[in-house]
Design a binder for this molecule. Structure first.
Ligand code: ASN
Ligand code: ZN
Length: 321
């Protein structure tokens, strides 16, 4: 098994070695016209039909419904991160319209990407509030679209945890970019402000300190590990995709804080390169992803602090590169 694993890792490095630096913005000579989002927000009116009634289109004035306006703004913030930091035109790189439905179902305590659009519940008002409240949750759901159009990581086991982690990484970057925060000033929380005040917890997940986001009578303790020694083997949650994502999440946090500055500028760009360069198979495991981040750091930055930061971060969370 160890030999087979080494082969997989070697394959990943070989594929990753083909990575070439790519411009983050439009090529010189290209029209300076920045891409613009095409957003549509629908209201499911507490039922489950999708997409529901259209309530706000691109360019429309704000509505009387704060949930609709938050969704619209969150789609804009996500579009802006991908455009301004990575030179990408929407989730598919080709101007994909961004569609969201709010007020999905009654007391619906979740949000999701259904392969074509985002869907947000109002929360049950006992554990969760409105899922449009944290902008990083909006970014997280849209980033599932980005992953679908790029590495298409299979939503199970380690590749599933990477899929989840990539959504947390880009969700956190959406928030930091919108606030203009540097890595050292960011909270590195996912879903801060989502819990009902009665819940003992600050957020759904912490990239800075996985496993510490909540400790509640009803929810129990945040089960996320920050190291491979604590990897959770479970049949639930598609093999623990929302649990073991703590490991690659923490690696990203370590890279971003080690490098300093805006996390989307170097750490984010390395992760973006890995996702968009075609080196990842859908069933990519942690070690292959880690090797690909090292190769991407080398391709873009050469023999520099970025490579060291990436290598050290993965070593800290117990993933070989
Ligand atoms: N909110 C969850 C997520 O985006 C929904 C799910 O479990 N797929 O990960
Ligand atoms: Zn997710």
């Amino acid at each position: 098994a160890a030999a087979a694993r080494r082969t997989l890792i070697a394959d990943a490095s070989a594929r990753a070695a083909r990575l070439l630096p790519r411009p983050a913005a439009a090529a010189p000579g290209a029209p300076a016209e920045p891409a613009a989002p095409r957003r549509t927000v629908h209201d499911a009116q507490r039922r489950t039909g999708l997409p529901g009634v259209k309530v706000r289109d691109e360019g429309d004035a704000a509505t009387a419904d704060a949930t609709v306006n938050r969704a619209y703004a969150g789609l804009g913030a996500t579009f802006a991160l991908f455009r301004d930091a990575f030179g990408r035109d929407s989730m598919d790189g080709a101007g994909l319209p961004l569609i969201a439905t709010v007020h999905y179902d009654e007391k619906y305590g979740n949000a999701f990407w259904n392969g074509e659009q985002m869907v947000f519940g109002d929360g049950d008002d006992e554990i969760f509030l409105d899922f449009t409240l944290p902008v990083d949750v909006i970014g997280h759901e849209l980033a599932h679209g980005f992953t679908q159009y790029t590495a298409n990581l299979e939503y199970f086991s380690q590749s599933g945890a990477l899929n989840e982690s990539v959504s947390d990484v880009f969700g956190a970057l959406v928030k930091q970019h919108a606030l203009g925060q540097t890595a050292d000033r960011a909270d590195w929380l996912i879903g801060e402000g989502l819990f009902h005040p009665s819940v003992q917890g600050t957020a759904l997940r912490s990239m800075k300190a996985p496993g510490t986001a909540y400790d509640d009578d009803v929810l129990g303790k945040d089960p996320q590990p920050a190291h491979m020694d604590d990897y959770v083997r479970t049949g639930r949650d598609n093999g623990g995709v929302h649990i073991n994502s703590g490991i690659p999440n923490h690696a990203f946090y370590l890279v971003a804080t080690e490098l300093g500055g805006h996390a989307w500028e170097r750490a984010g760009l390395i992760w973006y390169d890995v996702m968009t360069s075609g080196v990842l198979a859908p069933e990519t495991r942690f070690a292959e992803f880690a090797a690909a981040t090292v190769a991407a750091a080398r391709a873009r930055y050469g023999d520099a602090a970025e490579i060291q930061a990436v290598t050290k971060a993965w070593a800290t969370v117990g993933v070989p590169t």
